[in-house]
Ligand binder design. Structure first.
Ligand code: B3K
Ligand code: ZN
Length: 876
């Protein structure tokens, strides 16, 4: 809660810590009423500090009930130290001291899911970014790295499994039915990587032999009932370990690697040293209960957290302004991994779509901030798409500028040079510069300037000279606090597509190049081009920019059919659909008749007819830009017009090509033993996209969907069929029956019931809010679990635009009420829910005013947590 206005923290105010903590010895005595935490800290003055007589100011929080403080064996009387709700200050220390504090905490009452808390029957922790201070008094900043020993004591029957970071070094029984385990982590780490788990947990075990021949014990701890859902995570873990050795030369260091699944968790997972804690949704997977998308999410998150062992743990961040140093780099690493495990083009298309839909929207909204922000009120608000996804794009740009070999040299240098250190983004850039001899001064602007740059390109072909001239103009819109931008380094991967494919760009016969646009206006002349080509620009989205090139529909159709780059073939299709949807939105807004475009029908026709194409690519190409993406691209968001235009195009395609959709559906509706691998996933996805089109034609889809729902042997097909039925006005009876049957069958499966909630939350038929309100009362829902909040309230407000933005403003009122009901209970989850309201400026009246009013009512709440205060005030 707030006493005064929350303070803003600035990067430029960074100072080294006056004290360091060499060793941290913790004893946790876990009890049902309270838990006692005894912390023994070996502190010494930091030789790098310019405050040689500074007080020791330990971070703390309101929930710490201080019992005693000792300095070098002497108990301090009250008055010999000072304390407020956020710190404990001890003055007059010499060069070093042993500080022992004892606090009581009540994890069972902790609803924030930060610090030590309970999830169902177990204790667990989440310390990043600043949760360790909710456990004990400490220097809770990432540049203070310490060697931790943790003794965990608890009732032996209730909590047979006691875990912390590192290796177990002692265990035994104690009086009163209690027992203990002591863990020691030999690697120095910041407190944000500390973890503890206590509970009744079953375990799946495996092992991994590292490249230097060390045997690592791998353990996944889950509730007994979930033992049959761990195989995929275990396989993903082993694949990640092998991949990181091969691709980055990084070997695992401890003797044990543990993953624990917990139900109540604010995000996907956490990379605590040797003891990753996972949201059950990010680790459990079984074909009967898990969709393909969720299987892939498990693989990606297991890899992401594992990769943090080097990019984050061994080399960590000096302060939280450097967050992208570990997150951007680790997202880049996990996306490379997923690309290698599945299809690289499909993965890149998915990532680019996600970036363009959500990160571009963040970049263009009121919370826009650079990859390295220069200030924040609440650091938890900066675990953003910009820090993660745009940060990953920035790392990817080094890779394309340096090439494979130098990029690997640079990451080796970075890891070796900074192993065991807490560093800044600057050190990462230095490694890139040092191996390549390049000067990345200008490139650094990607970290400091917010907003999505625009790249306008035009071309001129001179048939007499046989030259193609490309003119590039870059600009970047003003963003909060940054009215003017300087030119970026924009790597543009390009090719030129002639009548029958890519043309050579030089005498070597190269058909692709990475051209660096560094000026506001720049010209590229390519010689010896013997026919007028269609430029294929920004292949693979080689820079996180918006491209503007005046393609005609014929040129786009040509790229769709002939570009050697799969990503740009797909992108050409997206551009074609996008311009049609934009026009139809305008027609719908002005009540003009909507007319379907023949070019798009023909393009779809050839995609559906060619059985030799990769099903995964056809699937992606058949998907029109989502409503969310159309919102992002629109200047003013006319929700209903966008929805109607998209629906019209889908229906027109379905009606004209119904036979083809049916043939595709049947071709891929085959019986096979389920495997979550790329080829099968592509087929299932294509089949289900075909089904969703068939739902738009009277009498065809409903029967197919019902049959698929009944006969599916995997959750992907089952959930897709359910979703088709739920969204279909002609299937009211079947939809009700399927929902009831699904509920009956999966009542006991929490994660499956979240899917059931989500499918209903995003049903775009009218009456959405009423349905959601009814589901709030359902036993499958509780406001105590973040996954359930996201599946129902989050999904409704961010992925059901026609209902959320309904003209009476009821959606906004609903969201505002739930944010305020949740804000003090769980500030982080509540803060994430605010996002849809922050985009109010892009909506027409009356929505605009209604959204602003809802945001204002949130901002006006007395005692608003600073997480939400920051977002609401910056957005108003
Ligand atoms: N590092 C954590 C995120 C912590 C979020 C704190 N609000 C998970 C991850 O990115 O791997
Ligand atoms: Zn991460």
């Amino acid at each position: 809660m707030r006493d005064a206005l929350p303070q803003t923290i600035h990067l430029q105010d960074y100072k080294v810590s006056p004290f360091l903590i060499d060793k941290t010895d913790l004893v946790f005595d876990l009890g049902e009423d309270h838990s006692r935490v005894t912390a023994t800290l070996s502190v010494r003055r930091n030789p790098d500090s310019d405050e040689p007589s500074a007080d020791l100011v330990l971070h703390g929080s309101e929930g710490l009930d201080l019992q005693s403080v000792q300095v070098d064996g002497v108990n301090l009387k009250e008055g010999a130290y000072t304390r407020d709700s956020e710190s404990l200050t001890i003055s007059g220390l010499g060069d070093s001291a042993t500080i022992i504090t004892e606090v009581l905490i009540q994890p069972q009452l902790n609803t924030t899911m930060m610090g030590l808390y309970r999830s169902r029957t177990m204790y667990c922790t989440q310390c990043e970014a600043e949760g360790f201070r909710d456990i004990t008094y400490y220097l809770d900043r990432p540049d203070v790295m310490s060697e931790f020993t943790s003794k965990v004591i608890a009732d032996k029957v209730l909590y047979p499994v006691l875990l912390s970071n590192g290796n177990p070094i002692a265990s035994g029984d104690l009086d009163g039915g209690r027992h203990f385990v002591t863990w020691h982590d030999p690697f120095k780490k910041p407190a944000y990587l500390f973890a503890l788990v206590a509970g009744t947990l079953a375990v799946v075990e495996d092992s991994f032999t590292t490249m230097s021949g060390r045997d690592i014990k791998l353990q996944i701890f889950v509730e007994e009932k979930d033992l049959d859902k761990c195989d995929h995570a275990m396989l993903s873990l082993k694949n990640s370990m092998r991949w990181d050795e091969k691709t980055y030369g990084r070997e695992y260091d401890l003797d044990i690697f543990m993953i624990v699944a917990v139900d109540d968790f604010n995000m996907g997972a956490m990379e605590n040293k040797g003891l990753n804690i996972f949201n059950t949704s990010a680790v459990l997977a079984n074909p009967k209960t898990t969709t393909d998308a969720a299987f892939q999410r498990v693989e990606g998150i297991v890899a992401h957290e594992y990769f943090h062992n080097w990019s984050g743990n061994r080399v960590t961040c000096r302060d939280w302004f450097q967050l992208s140093l570990k997150e951007g780099f680790t997202v880049y690493r996990d996306s490379q991994f997923s690309a290698d495990m599945n299809s690289a083009t499909v993965k890149r298309i998915e990532d680019a779509t996600y970036l363009r839909t959500h990160q571009f929207a963040e970049d263009g909204g009121p919370m826009s901030h650079p990859v390295q922000p220069d200030s924040y009120m609440e650091i938890n608000n900066f675990y953003t798409l910009t820090v993660y996804e745009k940060g990953a794009e920035v790392v990817g740009m080094y890779h394309s500028l340096l090439g494979d070999e130098l990029f690997r040299k640079a990451t080796d240098l970075y890891f070796d040079r900074h192993d065991g250190q807490a560093v800044t983004i600057e050190e990462f850039v230095k490694a890139m510069e040092d191996v390549s001899g390049r000067d990345f001064t200008q490139f650094r602007r990607w970290y400091k300037q917010s907003g999505t740059p625009h790249l306008k390109v035009s071309s001129h072909y001179d048939a007499a000279d046989k030259t193609l001239t490309l003119d590039f103009a870059q600009s970047c819109p003003a963003t909060p606090g940054q009215p003017q931008k300087q030119a970026f380094v924009v790597p543009v991967k390009l090719g030129l597509v002639g009548r029958s494919g890519d043309l050579p760009l030089n005498a070597n016969g190269d058909t692709e190049m990475v051209y660096e646009v560094t000026e506001t206006n720049q010209q590229l002349v390519i010689e010896n081009i013997h026919e007028a080509p269609v430029p294929s620009l920004l292949r693979g989205l080689s820079a996180p920019v918006k491209l503007d090139y005046p393609y005609s529909s014929e040129q786009l159709a040509h790229l769709m059919a002939n570009d050697s780059d799969g990503f740009n073939r797909w992108d050409a299709g997206q551009k074609l659909s996008f311009s049609l949807l934009e026009k139809l939105t305008d027609d719908s807004l002005h009540q003009r008749p909507l007319v379907m475009d023949k070019q798009l029908v023909d393009a779809y026709d050839s995609l559906l007819s060619d059985a030799s194409l990769d099903p995964a690519m056809v699937d992606l190409m058949l998907q029109l830009p989502s409503e969310a993406q159309l919102h992002e691209e629109a200047h003013i968001i006319h929700v209903d017009a966008i929805h109607s235009a998209r629906k019209f195009v889908r229906k027109a395609l379905a009606e004209t090509l119904s036979d083809k959709f049916l043939a595709v559906y049947q071709r891929h509706n085959i019986e096979q033993v389920y495997a979550p691998e790329a080829e099968q996933i592509g087929r299932r996805s294509l089949k289900n996209v075909a089904l969703s089109y068939l739902m738009l034609i009277d009498n065809i889809g409903v029967d197919l969907a019902w049959k698929q729902f009944q006969s599916a042997d995997n959750m992907t097909d089952k959930a897709a069929a359910l979703s088709c039925l739920v969204n279909c006005p002609a299937a009211a009876v079947q939809s009700a029956a399927a929902l009831a049957e699904f509920e009956e069958q999966y009542r006991e499966e929490g994660l499956v019931m979240n899917l059931w909630l989500q499918i209903q939350a995003i049903n775009s038929q009218s009456g959405g809010l009423k349905r959601v309100e009814a589901l709030l009362e359902h036993s499958a829902f509780t406001m105590r679990n973040p996954n359930k909040i996201r599946s129902l309230i989050g999904a409704f407000c961010s992925a059901n635009p026609v209902n959320f933005h309904s003209a009476d403003g009821s959606g906004y009122q609903f969201l505002q009420e739930h944010i305020l009901a949740l804000h003090s209970q769980n500030p982080q989850v509540a803060a994430r829910l605010v996002t849809p309201l922050t985009r109010w400026k892009k909506f027409p009246e009356p929505n605009r005013q209604q959204m602003r009013d809802a945001l204002q009512r949130i901002a006006d709440e007395p005692d608003l947590v600073k997480d939400i205060y920051e977002i609401a005030t910056k957005s108003l």
